[in-house]
Write a new protein. Structure first.
Length: 507
């Protein structure tokens, strides 16, 4: 039985509708999940929505509706986005579901049973927009004496009775975790930030609120609701039933789990979350990967600037696979990047229309026109062509390693290197001159090019699943499950369909 793998997006907060950042995280996570499945690894991909907390309650009050109605409405939009983005997620969890509520309470009880939760009074800064408690040293003091978060959000001074989690108790264990597992947090720059934060000193964490009621009630104390992050983080293993039952049917997937998150929520995932799991004596995730933020034509994306990018609108304008490709290719996963329409158009025209689209159109149309739509056989290929045809297969260990390290951008570059090499091979061989003068060489060139196109179609499946399927359908290879094993499928003498353009140029 193949190894099991579990990968998650963040559980998206539903106080507002999805934006390009949500789409980016989801597409990147989908890429990894698809590659793992393609490699024969039994994979579960989870996404979902985080639906509790003061921010939700305030947003609901502002709209004069009850919180669950707001959650139902906005959660449905995130679920719709999974379809718009053609995500391959196996599960979608909501933190208002019973399976999650029961699991979150189970985690609370484990922390309590271990003596790591106590009742006291909280005095300090709180950001409703981030649903996060802040030490004053981590805030930016304004000229008027007020404080703001690093992202520019306001903070409120609050004083209330609260349950606390003994986070400070776990400082040494966390630092040992980071030291013993240098790839627990990636990229390394983010790991360094977390290590520095923990070394600067951890204070115990307030894990309940009692000034609003939209949340999961603390077990045995209905005056308090759980801190929204303690609640939400548990949704990952709760989707597998792991917290309530370590031997549940799906719990084995938790043993090899990866969280993909934005850098703004890294602290919650890389400090609070492992500390909770250590206290509860539960298995930790294998990897926390924090990606960067997008700007829009060099400007920070914000409602106030009116430059929020609606992923559905941009997909309707340019096409889904075109957007998936651009987001995954344009920047190194983990770095910040800039979204510009001109850069998007350039990628579509150069990489997709010229490089991949023209390769398929020119070479496969020749087979349709001059070979009765039958791929020539491979019996005459020479040694250098054999090396070229085995290039992807020989590079699979490196490609797999790139995916294991969430190095998506370089995976795509390697596949595009093969596309460039295929275009050069086709141009150098000049089959349009060979078709009348040397039929044997002509057939040879068309077979090699067609087989490389088939291999490329398989390897781009995690990036552009619809395009991958279109190309494989040219060869009548309509597979239910795309597998790396198909790289070796012999297409000699197989029929192909009429070839249709893949990527229209954009002006």
């Amino acid at each position: 039985m193949p190894d099991k793998f579990f990968i998650t997006t963040p559980i998206y907060y539903v106080n507002d509708i999805p934006h390009i950042g949500h789409a980016y995280t989801s597409i990147a996570t989908d890429f990894i999940a698809r590659f793992k499945r393609m490699s024969g690894i039994d994979t579960i991909f989870l996404t979902g929505t985080d639906e509790h907390g003061q921010k939700i309650q305030k947003a609901a009050e502002k709209n004069s509706i009850d919180p669950i109605s707001l959650c139902d409405k906005n959660s449905a939009k995130f679920r719709e986005l999974t379809e718009v983005l053609n995500l391959s997620n196996d599960d979608f969890i909501r933190t208002t579901e019973k399976r999650h509520v029961d699991g979150a309470k189970s985690l609370w009880n484990k922390l309590m049973d271990n003596g790591d939760i106590y009742l006291d009074n909280y005095k300090g800064w709180y950001s409703v927009s981030d649903e996060t408690f802040y030490n004053e040293k981590d805030l930016n003091k304004q000229n008027d004496g007020s404080f703001k978060t690093v992202t520019g959000g306001p903070v409120d001074w609050i004083e209330e009775e609260s349950y606390f989690f003994k986070l400070s108790k776990y400082s040494d264990q966390l630092l040992k975790l980071y030291e013993d597992n240098p790839n627990f947090i990636l990229p390394k720059s983010r790991r360094n930030e977390v290590v520095s934060f923990v070394k600067s000193g951890l204070r115990d964490l307030s894990v309940s609120r009692n000034t609003f009621n939209w949340g999961i009630n603390v077990p045995n104390d209905d005056k308090h609701v759980m801190y929204v992050w303690l609640d939400a983080l548990s949704s990952y293993p709760n989707s597998l039933g792991y917290i309530e039952d370590k031997n549940s049917k799906l719990s084995a997937y938790w043993l090899n789990s990866t969280h993909i998150v934005g850098k703004d929520i890294l602290r919650h995932h890389a400090v609070y979350w492992p500390a909770f799991l250590l206290s509860a004596k539960l298995v930790l995730p294998q990897r926390i990967f924090a990606h960067g933020w997008w700007t829009n034509d060099g400007n920070k994306i914000s409602k106030s600037l009116g430059n929020v990018i609606d992923p559905i609108e941009i997909i309707e304008q340019f096409g889904l696979d075109q957007i998936r490709y651009f987001l995954l290719r344009e920047i190194t996963f983990g770095s910040d990047g800039d979204f510009s329409i001109e850069a998007l158009k350039s990628r579509i025209n150069a990489d997709l229309s010229n490089d991949l689209g023209n390769l398929c159109q020119r070479s496969l149309t020749m087979i349709v026109k001059h070979c009765n739509s039958v791929v020539p056989n491979s019996k005459n290929i020479n040694d250098s062509e054999k090396i070229f045809l085995s290039k992807i297969a020989n590079d699979l260990p490196n490609l797999s390693l790139l995916v294991d390290n969430q190095d998506i951008n370089n995976y795509i570059k390697k596949i595009w290197d093969v596309i460039s090499e295929a275009n050069k091979y086709f141009n150098d061989q000049k089959p349009w001159e060979l078709k009348d003068s040397n039929k044997k060489l002509f057939n040879n060139v068309l077979f090699v090019t067609a087989d490389i196109i088939k291999q490329i179609a398989i390897m781009i499946n995690p990036i552009m699943p619809e395009t991958s399927e279109k190309i494989l359908n040219f060869f009548y290879m309509s597979e239910d499950h795309i597998s790396i094993d198909l790289l070796n499928k012999d297409i000699s003498n197989s029929k192909i369909t009429d070839i249709k353009p893949l990527f229209p140029r954009v002006e």
